[in-house]
Design a protein around this ligand. Sequence first.
Ligand code: PLP
Length: 343
Amino acid sequence: MERDDEVRAAAAVYLGVDPAELALTGSTTMGLALVYHGLALRPGDHVLTTTHDFYATHEALRLAAARSGAEVEQIPLYDDPATVSADDVTGRVAAALRPETRVVALTWVHSSTGVKLPVRGIADAVAAANAGRAEADRAVLVLDAVHGLGADAARPGDLGCDVFVSGTHKWLFGPRGTGLVWASAAAGAAVAPIIPSFTAPSFGNWLTGDDQPSPFGAGNTPGGYQAFEHRWAAAEAFAFHQAIGPDRVAARTAELATRLKDGLAEVGGVRLVTPRDPELSAGLVCVEVSGRDPFEVVERLLDQRIVASVTPYREAYVRFGTSIVTTPDQVDAAVEAVADLAR
Ligand SMILES: Cc1ncc(COP(=O)(O)O)c(C=O)c1O
């Protein structure tokens, strides 16, 4: 378990948080489930989420609501992702907050469209709604951060969210089967563990009959023997990004995404879905190729060793991701290949 603490320490430096506030999980999906089931939702509570979130958020909330009797509401934050506006998004969240809202469940960078939310502005709106509320009546802002972590340099403290949930196998290039949940002291106190932790003091309490409280991070790190070798290797991923510098990683990711978007925008028959503005996007770039099935586009690109994917949503787009392991030449080759397909 000392090795777990090394992972927490590396992640805490990277995220600028207290290591005791970090739970280690197997994935984003596991982290979201732990949080949404761990919060003591009551009948009549309102949970606000959006139509743009991934299955993991929607399904975790559906299951948690079925157990608790809370109401889950999904709202759209924009009509056209390409022309999304930060003020409009923040205004829509603010307008949907009710006195009964206990959870605001959002995704930092939408894997459906590539839109990056103005999380700080939204957090300020949630804080304004919470002003004067008793602790138990406050709304907590929970963020699925998986497409921001390692692509954008903002930390939980900059974003202003209460809970930050992510896997590390995407933009951070950590091993699969690894993830984390960070919660502020107040939010962490409201999340009850769901899976027995093997970490002290939980296990020790069982042995001795003691009743020592667990810090959020240890108490919410699921027990059972995990894929420890993978988990412990995640420390290297945090250290790697830290050594390069999260700002430089984010700048390079945005530079290449902008290059890709600029190139694709010039191609007739291609519609950019993701906003051009780096303030409202990260490394994901989604497009529509007119008259072409997205699965076919992805397969044809793969023939040329260009890896794209189809967004796993009802409205499916072709999706690219530029990162620090992508070169400008590869970006240009992708633009060329899409142009060939669009002809
Ligand atoms: C927004 C979002 N959240 C969560 C996930 C799942 O992440 P994990 O594999 O870490 O559970 C995905 C995609 O796989 C995603 O796009």
